[in-house]
Ligand binder design. Structure first.
Ligand SMILES: Nc1ncnc2c1ncn2[C@@H]1O[C@H](COP(=O)(O)OP(=O)(O)OP(=O)(O)O)[C@@H](O)[C@H]1O
Length: 340
């Protein structure tokens, strides 16, 4: 097997609250290959952004343990300056909110130029300008020469997000992290931005970590999916397997909480409760158990592990074998149990 572009091993990212550190990312191991989109899904507070920011080295006050191997080099805890050699060049991030990610006081062209110059000190100004205009064209911004001199507030939300993408790909990164890249956009613009990201990924051959809580985006974009709950990965599978044969109760709950147009699904399941706050995350046993109280305690492992139940399909805790939705009738449950 070829070496992964990114290999995260036993990553633990902890924030200090009062006198103690609490892990928001707790012993996470994941790989991303070249030309692959790995989606990370989970509710708000599950640790997705903390994971992404750890890879980008943007958590200067968190405690980071474990390894983040990028092209074979461990970049966890690199000094900020050293990390800057990678950031914006080989590693790049698309942020959720284009208004806060852009400098409101600087023209679009100059903002892209800054990132470009940082890593291409010898490129002459005229060449840079041409390249930036090509980049704006590449992300399908109409009248790129005009937009070059515009300020972010003069552009629509969709256009601003295209500028963010242009900045992120300016130096042709090998790994691109997109944190909720379309959440702030309306649905038609979302689809255009997703199309664009897919095209760019194919052109650049980059690996992509796509962070989202939107399973529609996952179905559209991802090759593989990691489901995160309370700081842990609870299931990993290729996208087809995850949608057709989800196992973990949390994955199943997420999937059955969204309406699917072309499915025979007739009941939507509501996931009760919320991800507990960092200080109150359960650290013992199955972290999801409190949200499925109708499942007998004996179904959970004492120290839940990721089990590889088929090649490339990992599930944490054996409780998946005993899970059913309370809405399901006894008959359905018995039928399911007999089949599994
Ligand atoms: N700088 C910080 N200091 C303290 N706690 C933090 C910090 N950043 C995140 N957290 C906590 O860590 C946990 C995980 O947060 P994170 O933002 O990674 O979740 P998320 O899954 O990305 O959620 P969202 O989808 O809302 O961005 C949350 O409980 C959050 O409050």
């Amino acid at each position: 097997m070829s070496n992964p572009l990114l290999e995260i091993k036993n990553l633990k990212t902890s924030f200090r609250i009062g006198e103690e550190y609490y892990a928001a990312v707790d012993d996470v191991s994941l790989n991303v290959n070249k030309n692959e989109v790995l989606a990370i899904v989970g509710e708000s507070g599950s640790g997705k952004s903390a994971l992404a920011f750890s890879v980008m080295g943007l958590h200067n006050r968190a405690k980071i343990e474990g390894d983040i191997n990028f092209k074979g080099r461990n970049i966890a805890n690199l000094p900020f300056k050293e990390m800057n050699k990678f950031r914006g060049k080989e590693l790049s991030m698309i942020f959720q909110d284009p208004l806060t990610a852009l400098n409101p006081l600087m023209e679009v062209g100059r903002q892209i130029d800054e990132v470009l110059t940082l890593h291409n000190k010898n490129m002459p100004k005229s060449k840079r300008k041409n390249y930036i205009i090509e980049l704006l064209e590449r992300v399908e911004i109409p009248r790129p020469k005009h937009v070059y001199n515009q300020f972010p507030h003069e552009l629509s939300g969709g256009m601003r997000q295209r500028v963010i993408i242009a900045i992120a790909i300016a130096n042709q990164p090998e790994l691109l992290i997109a944190d909720e890249p379309t959440t702030a956009l309306d649905v038609t613009i979302q689809a255009q931005i997703l199309d664009l990201m897919r095209e760019l990924k194919d052109d650049l051959g980059s690996g992509v970590i796509l962070i989202t809580h939107d399973l529609g985006v996952v179905a559209e974009m991802a090759d593989r999916v990691a489901v995160m709950y309370a700081g842990e990965i609870v299931e990993v599978a290729d996208v087809k397997t995850l949608f057709e044969d989800p196992k973990h109760p949390y994955t199943r709950s997420l999937l059955s909480s969204i309406p699917l147009v072309d499915s025979a699904q007739d009941k939507l399941h509501v996931i009760h409760g919320i991800v507990p706050s960092l200080k109150h995350l359960p650290r013992q046993g199955c972290r999801f158990s409190a949200r499925i109280p109708w499942i007998d305690a004996s179904a959970h492992e004492e120290h839940p592990e990721l089990h590889e139940i088929s090649p490339g399909h990992f599930v944490r805790c054996t409780c998946y074998k005993h899970f059913y939705f309370p809405e399901e009738s006894k008959e359905e449950q018995n039928h399911d149990t007999a089949q599994s």
